[in-house]
Design a protein around this ligand. Structure first.
Ligand code: SF4
Length: 248
């Protein structure tokens, strides 16, 4: 397992925006989402890379050298809970990436989840909801919440790759809690209706924007979109406060 970063902050998006949250970001993703257009410089060879705002947790070839490897669940958990040393409450534990569920069967990852649940954490996964979880065999996933950020066409990924309705329905049916979180730009309505059809969980819509200027430019249109169609608006508080800074 590769840990990219871990930090204590507030949740910036979705149903629990504003909640104190301990983030554990794991490396690797099954999508690339170049359509989000965020630019990074490769630490490997200085080349310009395009992807999502978490590209540093996605692109193994260029960023893996910055990731920390763990082959023991207890060591990984001990590293994460070091962030609690100056506080006397339990924040949410948010497991993110990349796409954390590509590791869902990994014994180190599953052992880490078990330790976190035993410790009393309220655990949430940030997922693109493309991975079909075997909830019978890996029953701990029934005890966690899922923010399903299913990608729309603005991600630049093909429909067949970014939308797995079986995986979405599976999570909505079995998880302790689940909600949708979409990054909205033009042509979003038909896509959202298609993905959420027959699934009765909350829907949050967020503006595209990896920095304050883009967010400011796009947020009003998304608020109007939510008002017109009965969806919940979610801001991206971390982008407003810290721009594209990492680890916040
Ligand atoms: S699924 Fe998420 S983490 Fe993976 S490339 Fe797309 S936006 Fe980035």
């Amino acid at each position: 397992m590769y840990l990219v970063e871990s930090f204590l902050s507030i949740q910036g998006e979705g149903k629990y925006a504003g909640y104190p949250s301990l983030f554990a970001r794991f490396g690797g993703c099954n999508l690339r989402c170049k359509g989000f257009g965020c630019e990074f410089i490769s630490p490997l060879n200085g080349s310009k890379l395009i992807g999502c705002d978490s590209l540093f947790a996605v692109d193994e070839k260029h960023f893996k050298q910055e990731w920390e490897s763990f082959d023991d669940a207890q060591k990984l958990f001990s590293k994460i809970i070091m962030h609690l040393k100056d506080i006397d409450y339990l924040p949410h534990l948010v497991i993110t990436g990349g796409e954390p569920l590509i590791h869902y069967k990994n014994p180190v990852f599953y052992g880490f989840l078990e330790l976190a649940l035993d410790y009393g954490f309220n655990v949430f996964f940030e997922t693109n909801a493309t991975v079909e979880i075997d909830f019978d065999k890996f029953a701990l996933y029934k005890k966690v919440g899922f923010a399903m950020s299913v990608k729309l066409s603005n991600s630049g990924e093909k429909y067949e790759k970014r939308v797995n309705k079986k995986a979405i329905q599976n999570i909505a049916l079995h998880a302790k809690e689940a909600f949708f979180k979409f990054v909205v730009s033009e042509d979003a309505l038909a896509q959202i209706k298609d993905i959420t059809k027959d699934i009765d969980i909350p829907i949050f819509c967020m503006p595209l924007g990896a920095n304050r200027t883009e967010l400011e430019k796009n947020s009003h249109a998304v608020i109007l979109f939510c008002l017109k169609n009965g969806y919940n608006y979610s801001d991206r508080i971390h982008v407003r406060l810290w721009g594209d800074k990492r680890g916040v």
